[in-house]
Write a protein of this length. Sequence first.
Length: 404
Amino acid sequence: MKNITISNLFIMVCLAGCSGTKADADHTMIVEPPSAMTPAVSLSMNGYTVLPEWIENEGIRAGFMSSTTGDLSKIPRYVEAVKTMGLNTAIVYGCSFAETPNHLKYYREWIRLCNQAGLHVFAFYPWQPPVGNSCRPVIFTDGTEGLFPCPLDNQLWQKYLEADIAGKLAHESIDGIFLDMEMYRTEKEPESRRQYSFETCFCDSCFSRYILNRTQIQPLPIVGKGQRKSWLRQNGFLSDYTAYQIEQVESKTEQLKNKVHAVNPKLMFGVYPALHETNWVRTAVMRALSRKSYPVISFSTDTFGYYDSPWGAERIPSDLTTYFEKNSINGIYVAGYLLRRYTSAEIGIQITQSLKRSQGYWLFRIPQLVDDSVPEFEKLAGGTRGDYLKAIREANAALKKKPK
């Protein structure tokens, strides 16, 4: 087995497309990650974390399944298609258990049939709780609320992430968690308000806890939400404020990871979408998930097909070690491909290159190759379903083992 040490990215699963935010010119510091508060399960050999043997030998060859909306009769057809194409992994889509009470039942049928077919399983779970949740909203520098939760909100971590991932999914026969960190329902918002950045979070809790825990200021200063970033900068606290928030997110992530590994020490974590320069929350989560553990998987969207130059697998960073080390992340890269962006003549070439240049690929989404009816905007880029199935099968057969 090869030793793996790496770092950072950003991903995406929305049906219509993918987006990103511009770097915050105000603040680009990199903070050294704090040591874990409690030790995680060590999966090491000679002091280094290592990949599971199946990933070393085959690479991740995954298909994103999407929801069956409760129609369990569709599952066998999806599983058969994945096996026919020579894939080895199913990413099973779902939603939070608060949103769909029967979701664990659906998961178990997916898991049962995937296990029976010899497939590895990653269970999808969304970071963003469902509409109507009671989580504290994130606050931007202008004092307004965002459509996603404060990254330090205890309800987010305890009621959703820990309760569902550690309390439910970790007990099932799965290989890993596909943590979706895209912020949905933000499509009509300005780009800078679609995800976490150095413009977040300045809520009452974040601000007051920082003052109480990291300064000698008493009593708490009365500063409006829209003036807190400038006040912190003027008083020389802004860099430490960001460092404190990063430490807190890493600490909460460590706690989540340790609770999961107490149930299943070998369970892996993957994060979607791709690494992002200013999304400090995603970076902190990935760093903590990969510490003293298997490398975190970046289920990336860089290769989705939205960019022409470079295009496809050419967008995979040429030096993945440096790519991850920049953010002190022990990670691996798995390239994502939208079937509505790549023709059947192109897809085989792309996944072949991905297995040569990274730790694998994932296809979005398998129902397009199985269902008779798909939405117009999800029509295949070029070729019949049979053409795609044949191209992917032949590419995988030509690379029975992952190139070293």
